[in-house]
Design a protein around this ligand. Structure first.
Ligand code: SAH
Length: 352
């Protein structure tokens, strides 16, 4: 029976491709009087609770540049989007985001941006060093795309603790449908391996429902993640951005994203798993539902309000108007209703 596969996944932490496919295809069916996706969420939340408790870790996201040299077909800040209003935060502005974040209780700062050549190794390492000097009790996470091994090495030596680099898709051919020719799946995967080797707590991930993605691809994602064993996994629904080549493609499903969050929690029990802003964008209760499906991280925005509305990877992004302090209050209220509590410690990956 399909529902027994969930118990098997919980116990053995792995399924075959065929078994994953069965689960994905039958997720809305009922087995033993309960919908499979609901059962998956219960089991996943239970596994999360056993390892991390009912804690939700918060990471302060600083979106410091929307300049990007790449042309990913799905992304609103692609180089080819002439309509994007570009901005970059200067090192002292990034520092003051961290200052206000620290005041609000954040102990992890995530510096995310497009692949912007302005931020040379020298500039970026100096920013990382300054944050780590001032706030040695904080973790610094970088999410600035593909860079040479030597560059990652310098960033690690400067004190960066973690790195988020979604692989976007496990399927090489699918990757080629989402990106222009000059970008390669092999290079992205090599970057992930480099980051792991250098000792970063590493985050991989993919979009759910990106154009051309199949259920088989999703089964392969689960197999791949178990093999890679990243400390963090970021997934969110694909959401079209009007000024990109994928502007009129269908958006990903919130329900399928939630189901995959649960399966990821079951195959990687100790993973740090965010309920993403993209999920909260397509479903007003998306982040709460994400937590109820096994996620344990939220990444509210710390960027200055005057640039918030410019870091638009997709249409209708939420939380682009509020001050960080308002966002965190709102999230606290929302998360309390799930029975979980927001905590402010660094929330490092727990090795079982
Ligand atoms: N430039 C960096 C980080 C910024 S993009 C990098 O390449 O890693 C962060 C993530 O946003 C991407 O990895 C992608 O998975 C997601 N994203 C981009 N466009 C999106 C869209 N239209 N809908 C949903 N997620 C999107």
């Amino acid at each position: 029976m399909t529902e027994d596969l969930l118990e098997k996944l919980k116990t053995e932490k792995a399924l075959t491709r065929e078994e994953y496919l069965l689960l994905i295809r039958n997720r809305e069916e009922t087995g033993n009087g309960e919908r499979i996706s609901d059962r998956a969420a219960e089991l996943a939340a239970c596994v999360r609770d056993e390892i991390y408790g009912k804690k939700v870790y918060i990471r302060g996201l600083i979106e410091f540049t929307n300049y990007c040299k790449n042309n990913c077909y799905y992304c609103g800040i692609r180089a080819g989007n002439a309509k994007a209003e570009r901005y970059r935060l200067m090192p002292d502005e990034i520092l003051s985001c961290a200052d206000s974040g620290y005041e609000l209780g954040f102990r992890t700062f995530v510096l995310q941006g497009g692949e912007d050549p302005y931020y040379t190794d020298e500039i970026l390492t100096s920013i990382v060093r300054k944050i780590k000097e001032k706030y040695p009790d904080c973790a610094v996470t970088l999410s600035v795309g593909e860079r040479p091994y030597e560059s990652y090495k310098k960033l690690k030596e400067a004190g960066a603790d973690r790195y988020l680099l979604r692989h976007e898709t496990v399927n090489r051919k699918h990757y080629a449908k989402l990106h222009p020719e000059e970008m390669s799946w092999e290079h992205r995967m090599q970057c992930l391996r480099d980051l792991k080797e250098l000792g970063f707590q590493t985050g991989a991930g993919f979009m759910v429902g990106s154009p051309g993605q199949t259920e088989e691809d999703l089964a392969d994602e689960l197999l791949f993640l178990r093999e890679l064993r990243p400390e963090m996994v970021g997934i969110g629904p694909f959401i079209p951005h009007q000024d990109t080549p994928f502007g009129s493609r269908e958006q990903g499903s919130a329900k399928l994203t939630l189901f995959l969050l649960s399966l990821i929690r079951l195959t990687l029990p100790d993973v740090l798993l965010p309920a993403t802003t993209a999920l909260g964008t397509i479903d007003p209760m998306g982040r709460e539902k994400g937590i109820l499906s096994g996620a344990n991280v939220l990444m509210p925005n710390l960027s200055p309000v005057n640039v918030r509305g410019k870091y638009l990877l997709y249409d209708n992004k939420i939380c682009t108007g509020e001050e960080a302090a308002q966002c965190i209050e709102c999230l606290k209220r929302r998360i309390e209703k799930t029975g979980c509590t927001i905590v402010t410690d660094r929330g490092d990956h727990k090795v079982l």
